[in-house]
Design a protein around this ligand. Structure first.
Ligand SMILES: Cc1ncc(COP(=O)(O)O)c(C=O)c1O
Length: 467
């Protein structure tokens, strides 16, 4: 969450301006930064808050986010009914706990956990928490192995591509693990086996493989990375586990790329996370993490909560958490089934491939990806186009309501500026055609009105898109 600072109230309007027709009183003062002395009627509060929110973007036109922006009314009804339930109260809401258990089992099967392996997992607030838990299990296991062998356990490191999502940087900083990033280079925009293996040593707690990359939607080759680590083990004796960050791909690959070996079919994959609130098709905040076997999850990370007169093992960073998202995840599993998920993800992919193909045909752009892994693609302007930038185009599209982010790639490609489009359930072929019309129109305008570069502080703001 952003950190907010206490406002100097003398410097800004300290009161909210309220439309007088909302009040029966002649005037009503609502302080902006202090708790009002008196309340208002529910309808008034609703209207005031709605008015505050009208400048938020239209979620359906947000092509930046991976997170679900549309669910059908029945799912919304179920979520509203479950809003009061706290996921941690397993004893009070045993059926919500049961739905969570079923979801973990459904995902274990979807990710090919070996029969009898007793794959173990839980729901989380999203992939960030799930990655944190996955990383902690790697760290605890590595430390226990080192200590049992009487070896130094002070300098753990984690190997990953520089294209990882910020949650892995957080994991490393919060748990004092050295992040070993493999930089992106032109022609290799994500981690590959040889580069991962070259960074590993006896202090490596694990390698993170991403399915697919937040930067461009491409899948990292989990099998190739795992085979390179087999080689490391054969040569140096280090047995290094892989965690697959399937924040998006965990719900895409099983339906669109069923023959791709990226999951528990690969013996070195110890754990996998996904976001139920991305291609799992649930509103934010639910994620999942599953370990191949119970011993991949060290016992001393587990806490017990009351459950039907007994105790239920839990692993989480926070305590209270809404139960509605878990019920909605189970709703989606029932409602769609395997065929339904396949149909939804295939439709997204068809639209992504159509859009990327049309954008490539325009002539001004070069594609990095086309949406054939995740239904997500990234592209840049041709190098010889210098009179406007992807940031100018992104801003112009924003004026029409489209949110298409422009950003620079991470190390070592920070001088490459790209745009990325994420296609999610609810974005139709019709909307895609309208977006293409708007891109063509804005390009014509930009070509006739060369842009001057804004001052550095404005350029910085244009980079403010967060992955
Ligand atoms: C690869 C990857 N990992 C982790 C995350 C964090 O996921 P969440 O937003 O569910 O916490 C994201 C978010 O985009 C992601 O793309």
């Amino acid at each position: 969450m952003p950190l907010h600072t206490k406002v100097d109230e003398s410097a800004r309007d300290a009161e909210l301006e309220i439309n007088p027709i909302y009040f029966r009183e002649k005037t009503c003062e609502i302080p902006r930064y202090r708790l009002p002395e008196h309340g208002v009627l529910p309808r008034t509060a609703l209207q005031v808050v709605r008015d505050e929110l009208i400048l938020d973007g239209n979620a359906r036109l947000n092509l930046a986010t991976f997170v679900t922006t549309w669910m059908e009314p029945e799912a919304e009804l179920l979520m509203a009914e479950c809003a009061p339930k706290n996921m941690i109260d397993k004893d009070e809401y045993p059926q919500t706990a049961e739905l969570e258990r079923r979801c973990v089992n459904i995902l274990s099967n979807l990710w090919n956990a070996p029969a009898g392996s007793q794959a173990t997992g839980c729901s989380t607030t999203g992939s960030s928490e799930a990655c944190m838990l996955g990383g902690m299990a790697l760290l605890w296991r590595w430390r226990a192995r080192r200590q049992a062998a009487g070896l130094d356990a002070a300098k753990p490191n984690l190997v990953m591509g520089s294209n990882v999502q910020v949650c892995w940087e957080k994991f490393c900083r919060y748990w004092q693990v050295e992040p070993r990033y493999v930089p992106m280079v032109p022609g290799r925009l994500h981690l590959r086996g040889a580069e991962a293996a070259a960074k590993c040593d006896e202090n490596t707690i694990g390698v993170v493989a991403i399915l697919g990359s937040t930067m461009d939607g491409s899948y990292e080759p989990v099998l190739e990375i795992s085979q390179a680590l087999d080689q490391v083990q054969a040569e140096h004796g280090c047995d290094i586990p892989v965690h697959v960050d399937g924040a998006s791909g965990g719900f895409v690959a099983p339906f669109l790329h069923p023959d791709l070996e990226w999951d528990f079919r690969v013996p070195r994959v110890a754990s996998i996370n996904t976001s139920g609130h991305k291609y799992g098709l649930v509103y934010p905040g639910v994620g999942w993490v599953i370990w191949r076997t119970p011993d991949a999850l060290p016992e001393d990370l587990i806490f017990k909560v009351n459950y039907l007169g007994g105790e239920m093992p839990t692993f989480a960073l926070n305590f209270s958490r809404p139960g509605a998202q878990v019920a909605a995840q189970y709703y989606n599993f029932l409602r769609l089934g395997s065929q339904g998920y396949q149909h939804v993800q295939q439709t997204c992919q068809d639209i992504a491939l159509y859009l990327s193909g049309e954008i490539a045909k325009m002539g001004q752009f070069e594609l990095f990806t086309d949406g054939s892994d995740l239904p997500v693609f990234a592209f840049k302007l041709r190098d010889d186009i210098t009179t406007y930038s992807v940031f100018d185009l992104s801003e112009r599209l924003r004026q029409r309501g489209w949110q298409v982010p422009a950003y620079t790639f991470p190390a070592d490609m920070t001088d490459t500026s790209v745009m990325r489009i994420v296609i999610r359930n609810g974005f139709s072929m019709d909307l895609a055609s309208l977006l293409l019309d708007d891109i063509r129109l804005q390009l014509r305008i930009l070509e006739h009105h060369p842009q001057t570069q804004p001052p550095p502080e404005i350029q910085q703001m244009r980079q403010s898109f967060k992955h």
